[in-house]
Design a protein. Structure first.
Length: 621
C-alpha cells in the first residue's frame, strides 16, 4: 500500500511499513523486556489504535533504533502551529527549533520553544504552518467581494475590540440596527482578526451573540468555530458539554476534529485518545489531520511507541499520509541522525506523488547541515533557489537562514540584496537572525532600524529577534537598552521576551538575575514562561553542580503545568554528577512519571548510583 515500507533503515525490500515506522519511532534499545512490558501496560486498553500485540512482536524481533528526544517542532503540521495555551503574539511567528542541532547523547541539544510547541508554534508558526485558525476558518468562502469585505470588516473588528465586554452585545445590536450587513464572509474575517490578537473571550461572545440572535444560519463549520472558542476560554470539559447542544445532523467529523485539536493543544493525552476513539465509534471518517494531531501529541510527550501505533493504524485504515505526515517522519529521522532513512522517506514521498514543499526541503537541508553534510545541504539549497531566485522569491526567507547555518555570509548577502528593494517582514526577520548567527550584529541592527522606519507599530517579535541576537552574542548592555526601548514603545512583554532576557543574562554569567526574571514571569497570571526558559536556567545550574537550585527549577517547571519530559531529568541527573553526589531514588522518580531511560540516561543513573559496585569497592569490601 505505502511505498514507505521500502524506506526502513537497513531493511530489505519486503519489510512492511510497521517495521519502518517502528524503527523511526521506537524507544532506546537498552530498555529491558520488563521496562517494555511496563510501558505497554500503560497503554489504555480502550484506546483502539495501540495495536500492542503487533508492536510487542515487532519490539521482540526487531532491533530497536536509538532515537533522540522529540521536541515540538511547530512547523511540522499545517494545522497545529500554535498551541492554544500560549498567549504571546510572538508565537504567531516564533523561532523554529530546527534552527539548532538535534539533541545528542551528550545532552547538548536545542532549547525548546513552546507554539509550539508548534510548535510552539506554533507554531511559525515557522511557522507559516497555520494554527487552529486554518483548521476552522480556511473552509469559509470569503472570496466573494473580498476587497469590499475587508474594508468593511475593519470597523466592526475595531468596535468589538474597543467595546467593554458588558456593553458588547448592545453595541453589536446597534451596529446591525444602523443597517450594516453581517454576512458569513464578514463573520469569518472578524473571527480571524480576533484570533490573531488572541481575544478569544470577545470572539466567543461575538459568536454566542450571533447564535442567540439568529443573525447567521449556523453550519457545521460555524459550530466548530464556536466549539473551539469554548475550549480555549472555558476548557475541554465545557467544550464537550457544548457538543451536546449542536444539532445531531451537524455534529460531524469537523466538530470532533476541532475538539481533538484542543485536547492535543492542552497536552491531554487521555482526552485526545478518547475523542479519536469517539470519531471511530461514530463511524466518522478518520482523516490524516486527526492522525497527525496524535502524532504531534505523542511527539511532544515523548511517547514514541504510540507514534508507531498511530502510523500502523493509518496503514490499517488506509489513511494516506499527507505532506505533514511525511515531514514529521523526515524530522524524526533527522533528529535520530538517520540521514539515509530521511532520504528514503523523501524519495518515498516523491514516489507517492506528494511534492516536497519549501518547508520540507528546508527541513532536509537543516539536518544535512547538522550532520556535517554541507555538500548535500548546498545541493538542496540550489534546488530551492531554482533557475532564477528573483522569480522564486518565496524561497528567500529560508535560504537566508540556511546559508547562515552554513556560515556563508556572501550567499546571505546575495539573497538579502534580492529582498532589499521591497523586503517582507518575514524576510527581515530571517535576515536579523541570520546576521546574528554570523556574528555581524551591526548588519542585524541595520535591518531592524530600517524595519522600524518602514513599518509603524512594529510587532514585539521583531524586537525579540534582535534581543535574541544580543543574547547569542553576549551583548548585555545592548540587550538592556533594547528591552527599555520595547517598554517605552508600548510593546507587549511576554514569554518570548522573557525567554530572550533570561538567555541574555544566563549567557553572560548572571544566572541569579536570569533566575529572578524567570521567577517574576512565572508569577504572572498569564501566560506562563516558555518551557525553554526553564531549560536554559536548569542547564546553567546543572553545569555548576548546584543541586539545590536545579531541583528548585525542576519543581517550578512541574508546577507550571508542562508535561514531564526526559530532558529535565537528564539535566537534573547531570547536576548530581557534576556535584559528585549520589542521586537517591532517581529511578523511582522517573518511573512515577512514566519516563523511560535512554542509553545516555541509563549511564547517568549508573554513575549516580550510591550502591553500585565497582572493581575497587569489591576488593576493599
Amino acid at each position: 500500500m505505502w511505498t514507505l515500507r521500502r524506506a526502513a533503515a537497513g531493511a530489505t525490500r519486503v519489510q512492511n511499513c510497521s517495521i519502518l515506522l517502528a524503527r523511526a519511532c521506537c524507544a532506546d534499545s537498552v530498555l529491558s523486556r520488563n521496562s517494555l512490558a511496563h510501558e505497554e501496560g500503560h497503554h489504555d486498553k480502550s484506546f483502539s489504535i495501540t495495536g500492542s500485540s503487533v508492536m510487542s512482536k515487532l519490539y521482540s524481533s526487531e532491533r530497536l533504533y536509538h532515537t533522540k528526544s522529540f521536541l515540538w517542532c511547530r512547523n511540522l503540521s499545517s494545522h497545529a502551529g500554535v498551541r492554544s495555551g500560549q498567549n504571546d503574539d510572538d508565537l504567531e511567528d516564533g523561532f523554529s527549533d530546527l534552527e539548532v542541532p538535534p539533541e545528542d547523547d551528550a545532552m547538548v541539544g536545542p532549547e525548546e520553544k513552546e507554539d509550539d510547541e508548534e510548535l510552539m508554534s506554533e507554531e511559525e508558526t515557522n511557522n507559516a504552518a497555520a494554527d487552529a485558525l486554518s483548521l476552522l476558518d480556511s473552509e469559509t468562502d470569503v472570496s466573494v467581494e473580498k476587497k469590499t469585505e475587508r474594508t468593511v470588516e475593519l470597523p466592526l473588528s475595531k468596535i468589538i475590540i474597543e467595546a467593554p465586554r458588558y456593553l458588547l452585545n448592545g453595541t453589536l445590536d446597534k451596529w446591525v440596527e444602523e443597517g450594516n450587513p453581517l454576512g458569513r464572509g464578514k463573520f469569518s474575517l472578524v473571527i480571524l482578526k480576533l484570533r490573531k490578537r488572541r481575544l478569544y473571550g470577545k470572539a466567543l461572545q461575538f459568536v454566542e451573540w450571533l447564535e442567540a440572535t439568529n443573525r447567521l444560519e449556523f453550519l457545521e463549520h460555524d459550530y466548530a468555530t464556536h466549539l473551539d472558542l469554548v475550549a480555549k476560554v472555558h476548557g475541554i470539559q465545557e467544550a464537550e458539554k457544548y457538543i451536546e447542544k449542536i444539532p445531531t445532523s451537524l455534529r460531524g467529523e469537523l466538530v470532533y476534529r476541532t475538539l481533538l485539536f484542543n485536547c492535543v493543544s492542552a497536552n491531554n493525552v487521555q482526552k485526545a485518545e478518547d475523542v479519536f476513539n469517539r470519531i471511530k465509534s461514530l463511524g466518522l471518517p478518520i482523516s490524516a489531520f486527526a492522525c497527525n494531531q496524535l502524532l504531534l501529541l505523542y511527539k511532544w510527550t515523548d511517547q514514541k511507541k504510540k507514534i508507531a501505533d498511530v502510523l500502523l493504524t493509518m496503514e490499517k485504515e488506509n489513511v494516506k499520509p499527507n505532506s505533514v505526515t511525511y515531514r514529521l517522519l523526515i524530522d524524526m529521522k533527522g533528529r535520530a541522525h538517520d540521514i539515509t532513512g530521511m532520504e528514503q522517506i523523501l524519495d518515498t514521498m516523491k514516489a507517492e506523488g506528494v511534492e516536497p514543499d519549501l518547508l520540507t526541503h528546508a527541513t532536509v537541508a537543516r539536518y544535512y547541515v547538522f550532520s556535517g553534510l554541507n555538500e548535500k545541504a548546498e545541493a538542496t539549497l540550489r534546488e530551492m533557489e531554482g533557475d532564477d531566485i528573483k522569480e522564486n522569491r518565496a524561497a528567500c526567507r529560508d535560504l537566508i537562514s540556511l546559508y547562515a547555518l552554513l556560515g556563508k555570509a556572501d550567499d546571505v548577502e546575495r539573497i538579502w540584496k534580492i529582498c532589499m528593494s521591497s523586503p517582507g517582514l518575514r524576510e527581515c526577520l530571517a535576515a536579523i537572525e541570520a546576521w546574528g548567527k554570523l556574528g555581524q550584529v551591526e548588519k542585524a541592527e541595520e535591518v531592524f532600524e530600517n524595519m522600524f522606519k518602514a513599518w509603524k507599530g512594529l510587532s514585539t517579535k521583531y524586537y525579540n529577534a534582535l534581543l535574541k541576537v544580543y543574547a547569542n552574542n553576549k551583548l548585555l548592555s545592548k540587550g538592556k537598552e533594547l528591552a527599555k526601548r520595547m517598554s517605552d514603545n508600548g510593546c507587549y512583554i511576554g514569554p518570548m521576551t522573557w525567554d530572550a532576557l533570561i538567555k541574555l543574562y544566563a549567557e553572560v554569567g548572571e544566572l541569579e538575575k536570569a533566575d529572578s526574571i524567570l521567577l517574576k514571569a512565572s508569577k504572572q497570571n498569564e501566560p506562563t514562561p516558555l518551557y525553554g526558559s526553564y531549560i536554559t536556567v536548569l542547564n546553567r545550574y546543572s553545569a555548576r553542580g548546584d543541586i539545590h537550585n536545579a531541583e528548585k527549577i525542576f519543581q517550578r517547571l512541574r508546577q507550571t503545568g508542562y508535561a514531564v519530559r526526559l530532558r529535565p531529568y537528564q539535566l537534573l541527573l547531570q547536576t548530581y554528577i557534576n556535584a559528585k553526589s549520589p542521586a537517591y531514588g532517581f529511578r523511582e522518580r522517573m518511573k512515577a512519571d512514566n519516563i523511560s531511560p535512554t542509553r545516555a540516561v541509563a549511564i547517568q543513573l549508573a554513575t549516580t548510583d550510591a550502591f553500585r559496585k565497582t572493581q575497587i569497592s569489591e576488593l576493599l569490601d
